[in-house]
Design a protein around this ligand. Structure first.
Ligand code: GLC
Ligand code: CA
Length: 545
């Protein structure tokens, strides 16, 4: 058992409702997922992140929890969950789940009671105020649907605070009972065998007048307490922070190695798309250089897409306008401060380009996470509301309902994608597994190679500055292993010279193709690229030297 397992792991994000339906009711469920563990093991990922699975009225697809100790009935039972975790562990897969800390559903018994009267004994589990003037500097996050973080509750004549939908009242973390209850919930799931949590919306836990109510010292202090509580009992459990913040504020969630072990790298994500569109490494290199170092025991989680809109909160307003113009030309493609599209459509369904983006994901510092369906290049459905268009059923085969469910198509929780380009008849697991040239096989290959080389998860990273700006190259180094990852961000063939003089005499070998390159001399090292081509050049010292 290595308590730092997450540094080498490859993660896979699963929306249970969308993955596999075992009983033909049109909704994916835990038993359906269980039956697909072989697929995930074969793909080669190490850890599954499940979107919320607790009981919920589903105003926000489970991010509105009404009972933290029960599974949503459509998904199954606690026994199903235990069985899933055991079966995953038996295959060497770990499982983490979403932990929604900042708010509950308005249907949670706590809130039902708290709103029943101003004198309710648990009234201050939540945040009430006579008007909507408090915490004015806290930004609204769901700007397309919310005008305020306060909602008037007519029954008691006061307003309550909510950072997300009205139906998601924020908990009052100044109340020690709430602090304790959340630890208890985590303990409940850890005792069932879960390997950790992706902690939702953590920057917002505490609120203070006169601040933007994000990243407050009180919040960090409580999160450190969470870490102590979890690590003392379950030393192998990982805590992954969702903190959509600028680099300096995001890094704070690692503390001094005593807060989260992992945090999503939100700042680099949109810059990957900027660099790809501009065919220029500038945006990626600039943000990486603005990102402070993190404690040794900690790890970024890198991602290209997830279940939300591609968020543009961590870019300037000019950059956001540019990203919208380039990647979301139709208004329907936009949501809040982001873009509600999947990876393949964002990258013009160009397989080489999608592979290149994944190579960045797999070689930049951090542990990568793959969003379900992106390994086969699934499309999106911009005609569905909110973020539903990127949460459509997994496309397993060309059978009816994409092999996702035996239900009639009209009963599915969401329509399967059926357009001529991304539709399940054409894009599905079965077809891609049969085609050795498919995106699925490339991804599987990248996963397999990365797993053999701890340098990607553990090594440091130094960016090179070749004269050709379309070439992004960085040296990853860990113990006696050195790999130079080189990428052609351009749609055209390119050439450049790399400064590899420090490795004079070594013979690079591409880890991906096993192809040997000419030995390195003191001169700039010439490399030629096909459009979007990339190499993972291993600089092992020459044999015998
Ligand atoms: C996180 C989730 C998002 C959810 C929100 C409120 O940002 O990723 O899906 O709507 O928190 O819980
Ligand atoms: Ca089902």
């Amino acid at each position: 058992m290595d308590p730092l397992w997450y540094k080498d792991a490859i993660f896979y994000e699963i929306y249970v409702r969308a993955f596999a339906d075992s009983n033909g009711d049109g909704q994916g469920d835990l038993c359906g997922l269980l039956a697909k563990l072989d697929y995930l093991q074969d793909l080669g990922v190490d850890c599954l992140w499940l979107l919320p699975i607790c009981e919920s009225p589903l105003v926000d697809d489970g991010y509105d929890v009404s009972d933290y100790r029960r599974i949503l009935p459509e998904y199954g039972t606690l026994d199903d969950f235990r069985e899933l975790v055991q079966a995953a562990h038996a295959r060497g897969l770990r499982v983490i789940a979403d932990m929604v800390m900042n708010h509950t559903s308005d249907q949670h018994p706590w809130f039902v009671q708290a709103r029943s009267s101003r004198a309710a004994s648990n009234r201050d589990y939540y945040l009430w105020n006579a008007d909507d003037e408090k915490f004015k500097d806290a930004r609204v996050i769901f700007v397309d649907s919310q005008t305020s973080n306060w909602h008037y509750d007519p029954h008691t004549g006061e307003f309550y605070f909510h950072r997300f939908y009205t139906q998601q009242p924020d908990l009052n973390y100044d109340n020690p009972v709430i602090q304790h209850e959340m630890l208890d919930v985590m303990n409940f799931w850890l005792e069932m065998g879960i390997d950790g949590f992706r902690c939702d919306a953590v920057p917002y836990l505490f609120k203070r007048e006169g601040t933007n109510c994000e990243n407050l010292p009180e919040t960090h202090e409580y999160l450190k307490r969470v870490r102590r509580f979890v690590s003392e009992r379950f030393p192998d459990a990982v805590l992954l922070a969702e903190a959509n913040q600028w680099p300096r504020d995001a890094v704070a969630y690692f503390g001094g190695g005593d807060e989260f072990q992992m945090a999503f790298n939100f700042p680099i994500m949109p810059r990957i798309f900027m660099s790809l569109k501009q065919q220029d490494r500038g945006p990626i290199v600039a943000i990486a250089q603005q990102t402070p170092p993190i404690p040794d025991s900690c790890q970024w989680c890198t991602f290209l897409r997830n279940h939300d809109e591609l968020t543009l909160e961590m870019v300037t307003s000019e950059e956001r306008e540019w990203m919208w113009r380039e990647y979301a030309p139709e208004p329907r493609m936009r949501l809040n401060l982001g873009i509600r599209r999947r990876l393949a459509p964002l990258l013009d369904n160009n397989q080489r380009k999608i592979e290149l983006a994944n190579s960045l994901l797999f070689t930049l510092p951090g542990s990568p996470i793959i969003y379900y369906g992106d390994e086969i290049g699934m499309g999106d459905d911009i005609w569905l509301k909110d973020r539903d268009g990127v949460r459509t059923p997994m496309q397993w085969s060309a059978q009816e309902c994409a092999g996702f469910s035996k239900a009639p198509a009209s009963r599915l929780y969401a329509p399967v994608i059926h357009d001529p380009i991304y539709g399940y008849a054409r894009v599905n697991v079965e077809q891609q597994r049969a085609d050795p040239e498919s995106l699925y096989h490339t991804l599987k290959w990248l996963i397999a190679i990365r797993r053999q080389h701890p340098v990607f998860g553990r090594g440091d990273c130094i960016f090179l500055t070749p004269p050709n700006p379309a070439i992004l190259a960085y040296i990853r180094h860990y113990q006696d292993e050195t790999v130079v990852a080189v990428h052609n961000l351009s749609e055209r063939a390119q050439e450049t010279g790399l400064d590899l003089g420090a490795f004079e005499g070594r013979t690079p070998v591409d880890l991906l193709t096993k192809q040997s390159f000419p030995p390195i001399t003191r001169e700039p090292y010439r490399v030629q690229f096909q459009p979007y081509q990339f190499f993972w050049l291993n600089l092992a010292p020459s044999q015998g030297s």
